[in-house]
Design a protein around this ligand. Structure first.
Ligand SMILES: [Zn+2]
Length: 349
């Protein structure tokens, strides 16, 4: 079968090639791939900056934002042929650490977890893949291709849970939320904020194109300036850019008692001579919390599925801005100006 594979840590090695059909050890559920979303992590892996092949293998099947159709549900009858499923990405570490031991692999403490398409387990960019039934999440069939948005939605479902958990350390009635970055994660974070009944503001660099339109279509306010210039102090800021200056502005802009949730992963971004102790004093005096959030456990996968099922289909459809065939995967890895979520489509939904 055809698969998109890469030799991790070697730039320019991604290719579409024939590989053996997935074997039984990979899981008792056999799935036909429909689509796989591309995110920054895939680009980093293809650029040789990240990623690990499975033990004993040289190459890794890429892809962690999956959507497929069950061909054979295997002996456990929790799924049926034809069900749309998305594969959970992370697997608990083998030790396991206390977090993994209780099923919160997203909070893994020793870093020995594995991840499909990223770290030591093959991903989903192959015509067929196998999965353990407990890691196959059924999606609302009416979502069709839009089920491919489930994995990025799990990231924001967890972020919201973290914000709520932190917020409830004191009296907590948030009204306003600012999302920084109008990429897929930012827009999905705004969608969940909308479903939580909050007043939503989204900030991004661009001043035209699909992002401002998508924000307005959600009933939210779009800003293209700095977080400190939005004209109010947000109760919650979901930071989705990983850009140093945006993070620094977010810490300055958040309201007293407010929560800044960092979901972006950047690097560098030195901002002038930012005095850390001064900034810490502001955080102390205003009871702020800065919380990082990555990955998701099964509870977040469930909640993300519920959120997508409730969402407006035509709005979600606009997030999937480009679909390419597996033969054209290289073009999917290159960002184009109006890209939001690019997917490699293996078969019809
Ligand atoms: Zn762990």
């Amino acid at each position: 079968m055809k698969a998109i594979t890469v030799e991790p840590r070697k730039p320019g090695t991604a290719r579409l090639e024939d590989i053996p059909e997935p074997g039984a050890p990979e899981g008792s559920v056999l799935v036909e791939a429909i689509a796989v979303g591309i995110c920054g992590t895939d680009v980093e892996i293809a650029d040789g900056k990240y990623g690990w092949a499975p033990e004993g293998a040289k190459r890794l099947v890429l892809g962690h934002e999956s959507l497929g159709r069950v061909i054979d549900p295997g002996p456990r009858k929790t799924l049926r042929p034809g069900d749309l499923v998305v594969g959970i990405v992370r697997r608990p570490d083998p030790v396991p650490c206390p977090s993994c031991a209780v099923g919160e692999w997203d909070m893994c403490r020793n870093g020995k977890y594995t991840e499909r398409g990223i770290k030591e387990i093959h991903g989903f960019m192959s015509e067929r893949w196998r999965i353990e039934p407990e890691y196959a999440m059924k999606v609302d069939p009416s979502l069709g291709l839009l089920g491919v948005l489930l994995e990025p939605t799990t990231v924001v479902a967890k972020a919201w849970e973290q914000v709520a958990a932190v917020g409830h350390r004191a009296f907590w009635e948030p009204r306003t939320v600012l999302v920084t970055g109008a990429g897929p994660i930012g827009l999905l974070a705004a969608l969940l904020a909308k479903q939580h009944g909050l007043e939503i503001h989204v900030l991004d660099r661009v001043e035209s194109g699909p992002k401002p339109e998508l924000v307005k279509a959600l009933g939210a306010t779009y800003h293209s300036g700095a977080a400190t210039d939005v004209g109010f102090q947000p109760d919650v800021i979901i930071e989705c850019t990983g850009v140093g200056a945006v993070i620094a502005d977010s810490l300055r802009a958040v309201s007293a008692g407010g929560v800044v949730c960092l979901t972006g992963v950047g690097s560098g971004g030195r901002v002038g001579t930012l005095p850390i102790a001064d900034m810490a004093a502001e955080v102390v005096l205003r009871n702020n919390v800065v919380v990082g959030s990555v990955n998701a456990n099964k509870r977040h996968w469930y909640r993300a599925g519920e959120a997508l099922a409730r969402a407006d289909r035509s709005w979600l459809a606009r997030l999937v801005s480009r679909r390419v065939r597996p033969e054209e995967f290289a073009s999917a890895l290159k960002r184009e100006p109006d890209d939001i979520k690019v997917v490699v489509q293996f078969s019809e939904a």
